[in-house]
Design a protein around this ligand. Structure first.
Ligand SMILES: [Mg+2]
Length: 377
């Protein structure tokens, strides 16, 4: 008879929304997952669903997945991950990948909590002694000088650079006009100083055709922009091939892929240098590990898409320290409730270097009252 040790007794989904100061204080949604083992230990995970309807859909799927997960051994993470993938064969990937992500992250956290070991150590330990942090933010102001001042104030805290989202809410109006974009890059780089990196990340409101992308990329490359993210969206192999043929700028995309298979497909096009991986979307810590391995084997940089709550933050922190393909970690420079109040020990940096995770599990305890107060009805 199977022993009851480490037996999972409960799986709960919490579709919640929170205000994000780094995104114009707009409400963003996630679905949190709590898994409880027979000894009372709990692990928490997150599906990075972004929109309320996706959070509710993920919660429904997690409720159904619970029948598969409950009564299993909490240490059998690969087995559960495979069973959930197999079960969702018809409607996955997509929302199913988000749901699997939340459960998988919770299982890694739970295993670490039961063993009193950090997730980082469960993953094989740190392969980096130090991990540089950069600011991940959006351009929001009308005047370029004000944005340059604001961004350089963030990097002056030690952060190694800034990734700036174009085409976002507010009055920045970036990504629409060549001269304004060039002016922005010049002023921001000038204000930050030569030892800082600037990354530019196109948003869904920007639409660049191939000639526009080539012209902008050449200008940015000449100015020393470290990478250009999603200039042609998430899925344009022919466009990216043309851009690659015409410029030497490092091209970033990948964060919208659902699984390691998708990452292999884009890496195989030979058009991506920095591969975005979201632990709350790419089938969890297990899925991230598989994808980051592909990046490493192909000598591509893997980069955690860390723009969500402190749970994806803690998972990104552990994964980035554990993977040789990861070289830095993006942090939101102004923490809101989802990063600083949701947990007891939010991840942060010291003089621009990310703190080493200590555990147990993801090294965080969740404020459950806050979770319950943020439920999407
Ligand atoms: Mg991005």
């Amino acid at each position: 008879m199977m022993s009851d040790e480490n037996k999972i007794i409960n799986v709960e989904a919490f579709p919640v929304s929170y205000q994000e100061p780094t995104d114009h204080n707009r409400f963003r949604s996630v679905c949190l997952v709590k898994i409880t083992a027979i000894d009372g230990q709990v692990g928490w995970g997150e599906c990075c669903t972004y929109f309320p309807e996706a959070s509710l859909a993920a919660a429904k799927i997690i409720d159904a997945f619970a029948e598969i997960v409950i009564a299993q051994n909490a240490f059998h993470i690969d087995k559960i991950w495979l069973q959930l993938n197999k079960h969702s064969w018809w409607y996955g990937p997509g929302i199913a990948s988000l749901a699997i992500s939340g459960i998988d992250i919770a299982l890694w956290d739970l295993k670490g909590k039961i063993l009193n070991t950090s997730v980082l150590d469960l993953l094989g330990g740190p392969v980096h002694a130090k991990l540089p942090a950069i600011a991940s933010l959006h351009g929001t102001k009308k005047h370029i000088e004000e944005m340059a001042e604001e961004i350089s104030a963030h990097t002056a805290t030690g952060l190694h650079g800034a990734k700036v989202g174009f085409g976002k809410f507010g009055d920045a109006n970036l990504g629409f006009d060549h001269a304004r974009d060039v002016e922005f890059v010049e002023q921001v780089m000038d204000a930050m100083g030569a030892d800082k990196s600037l990354m530019i990340d196109l948003g869904v409101n920007n639409f660049w055709d191939i000639p526009t992308a080539i012209t902008r990329a050449k200008a940015f490359e000449d100015m020393g922009v470290a990478w250009l993210e999603e200039p042609l969206g998430n899925d344009d192999p022919e466009g990216y091939k043309a851009l690659r043929d015409q410029t030497g700028i490092r091209i970033a995309y990948g964060e919208r892929e659902w699984n390691a298979r998708g990452i292999k497909r884009i890496v195989d096009t030979g058009t991506v240098d920095v591969v975005g991986l979201d632990p709350g979307r790419i089938e969890g810590i297990t899925g991230f590990q598989k994808a980051a391995e592909i990046c490493g084997l192909s000598r591509r940089q893997a980069n955690a898409h860390n723009f969500s709550t402190a749970i994806v933050g803690a998972a990104s922190q552990a994964l980035s320290f554990a993977n040789p393909a990861c070289y830095l970690l993006e942090l939101q420079p102004v923490y809101g409730p989802a990063q600083k109040d949701l947990v007891d020990k939010p991840i942060w940096h010291e003089n621009g270097y990310v703190n080493m995770p200590t555990g147990p599990g993801l090294g965080i305890e969740i404020n459950e009252d806050m979770v319950k107060s943020a439920i999407i009805k």
